[in-house]
Design a protein around this ligand. Structure first.
Ligand code: COA
Length: 557
């Protein structure tokens, strides 16, 4: 079928559906919901069999839904209506939630139901639930709806749905989210902050200054006067609650953008006591720990849960130190686990934007991430594995490829290209790592197309090595890593060293790196400001004003 996506943006769910439906053989084109007339034009150009709205913030114009079947993906159970579906579900402590695919009609979210899928709720940030459970449920509901549509079966009127237990709820306002540090317990504060993450955050005050709070983590040991800031660690601050404490990882100050808390309040934090953790091993109690090392069955697991997968200069330096620590342990395999919601999205664009000299900070950050990639590539003591259990973008995709093996969770979406960020050339040794896996033409195509890639596609192309099933991903990673130890490890390490030495003789890593960085230097310091402009729009979340041609394929006709 020809399926037109009408969407507010090409967000993670839209990317996943794009990849899934293309893999089923459908012809998919995308139009951003910018103006009714532009959507009407897209429909006229593409002549779709079906219109799908994976992520829409307003109603589809009547001129379109009267003429075409339009399926809306609503992140709520059957009967749920309104723009804050997930927020209310989290804040009111629902134990099961779902996604419903319904047909667009005059009343928002009240059309007949094509399909639905449910999932048990997890205590997690809204954006995390959206990228994991909601996305999986949406994929299965959309596929069921398409199957129903293709065989001519009509949808079920909402009133006839026996499982319609949802209700119409208003937009959640800041008054509904307000934190009361004197009365709310830790669980309540966590729930309210989770329901607002990553957008819009909870409006509050920190150091007696107005700001929006994000990225909350429970703390089991530190205590203090409710509401007081009682400690800091790297990028986060710890604030006492009525019955415990929570860490606040990120804030947004008025007229600013989201930043790590200790950087947004750098001056205020000088008076806050530092409460570092001792070494890299995983703490034995609930706390905020962005880099965490564990060992099991002779395998070292390095977790790095950086908010939004963004890796600033200091985070890269610390992760390199943690990797070197792991490489000195009496193990033979190191698995780089990434974070729960992203494996890595490359250099930290918000920190770069906030720097006094964004060009200098870009340069420092790309060198720091290259140092990490190089440490992995040059590691002779251990076999290295990247376990890509969550989405990755740009440099993050190539950082994973620096490992000897890359295992990816089914359903993960990769964006292994840089051009969307103002024609950035990219580094992280992609010029060395990518062509040897997918060929020179394949590498050029990937970089040019700038499209998301599914886990299955990454392995089919040879970019990554294995797709592992989603529900058992972690267990399967641990099992396979332990299995590597069963074969003669010293022989495997010798083979790896020989391969690296042979590559080094043809062209040293230092040369690959210098060539990439020469191009990056032009991106950062050269005449063409595209990267700086694109980064500013990305960080400032500028609204879309047109759909890029690589997505709006109907406009190429
Ligand atoms: N630096 C800082 N923040 C980043 C980031 C980065 N490299 N990559 C993603 N983010 C943030 C986004 O701003 C967003 O923030 P929010 O919580 O305030 O909404 C959040 O992470 C999720 O990103 P989003 O773009 O909404 O996710 P997505 O799944 O729709 O798209 C990507 C994923 C990777 C395609 C997209 O985030 C992207 O292009 N990132 C930039 C990658 C890049 O160019 N890195 C630098 C070169 S190495």
């Amino acid at each position: 079928m020809k399926i037109l996506f009408l969407t507010h943006s090409f967000n993670s769910l839209t990317q996943r559906l794009f990849a899934e439906l293309a893999a089923l053989g459908h012809e998919v084109s995308v139009e951003f919901d910018i103006a009714d007339s532009v959507s009407e034009e897209a429909v006229a150009l593409f002549q779709p069999d079906l219109i799908l709205a994976p992520f829409l913030k307003r109603a589809i114009p009547e001129s379109i839904w009267r003429q075409h079947v339009c399926l809306i993906v609503h992140p709520g159970i059957v009967g749920d209506r309104g723009p804050s579906a997930l927020d209310w579900a989290i804040q009111s402590g629902e134990t099961e939630w779902g996604v419903t695919v319904l047909q667009a009609e005059a009343a928002m979210d009240a059309g007949p139901v094509w399909a639905t899928a449910t999932f048990p709720m997890r205590q997690a940030k809204k954006a995390s639930l959206y990228r994991q459970e909601v996305t999986e449920a949406a994929v299965s509901a959309v596929k069921a709806a398409l199957a129903r549509f293709e065989c001519g079966e009509p949808p079920t009127a909402l009133a006839a749905c026996s499982d319609a237990r949802g209700q119409l709820r208003p937009v959640m306002r800041q008054a509904d989210r307000a934190l009361d540090w004197q009365c709310d317990d830790t669980a309540t504060i966590l729930r309210k902050m989770d329901a607002a993450d990553g957008f819009p955050g909870v409006a509050d005050r920190l150091f007696d200054q107005p700001c929006h709070l994000y990225d909350a983590w429970p703390e089991a040991q530190l205590r203090g006067t409710p509401g007081a800031v009682i400690g800091q660690r790297e990028t986060a601050v710890c604030r006492a609650t009525l019955d415990g404490a929570i860490w606040i990882g990120h804030v947004r100050r008025p007229d600013g953008f989201k930043l790590p808390t200790t950087m947004a309040f750098a001056a205020e934090c000088t008076a806050v006591p530092d409460v570092p953790l001792d070494g890299w091993f995983a703490a034995d109690h609930a706390t905020w720990q962005d880099i965490r090392y564990e060992e099991a069955d002779g395998v070292g697991f390095l977790h790095f849960d950086f908010y939004n997968g963004a890796m600033g200069t200091r985070q890269c330096e610390r992760l390199t130190a943690a990797f070197r620590f792991a490489a000195q342990r009496p193990t033979k395999v190191i698995v780089l686990m990434g974070g729960r919601d992203f494996w890595s999205n490359g250099i930290h664009l918000n920190l770069i934007e906030a720097a006094r000299s964004p060009a200098d900070e870009s340069w420092a950050n790309i060198n720091a991430i290259d140092d990490l990639a190089e440490a992995i590539l040059r590691c002779e003591t251990h076999l290295t594995v990247a376990a890509v259990g969550a989405n990755a973008g740009a440099g993050g995709c190539f950082l994973a490829r620096a490992c000897d093996q890359v295992w990816i969770r089914e359903g993960v979406i990769l964006n292994p290209h840089y051009k969307n960020m103002g024609n950035l050339y990219g580094s992280e040794f992609w010029t060395y790592l990518l062509p040897q896996r997918v060929g020179v033409a394949g590498a050029a195509a990937l970089m040019q197309h700038r499209l998301p890639m599914s886990a299955n596609e990454a392995v089919r192309l040879g970019f990554y090595d294995a797709v592992l099933p989603a529900p058992t991903f972690r267990a399967e990673v641990a099992r396979r890593a332990a299995e590597l130890l069963k074969d003669d490890v010293s022989w495997q390490l010798e083979e790896k060293q020989q391969a690296r030495a042979a590559d080094e003789a043809v062209k040293p890593l230092a040369v690959w790196r210098a060539e990439e960085l020469a191009a990056m230097r032009r991106n950062f310091y050269g005449f063409d400001p595209s990267y700086h402009v694109a980064r500013w729009h990305f960080v400032a979340k500028s609204p879309q004003s047109w759909t890029p041609r690589h997505l709006a394929r109907h406009r190429l006709y």
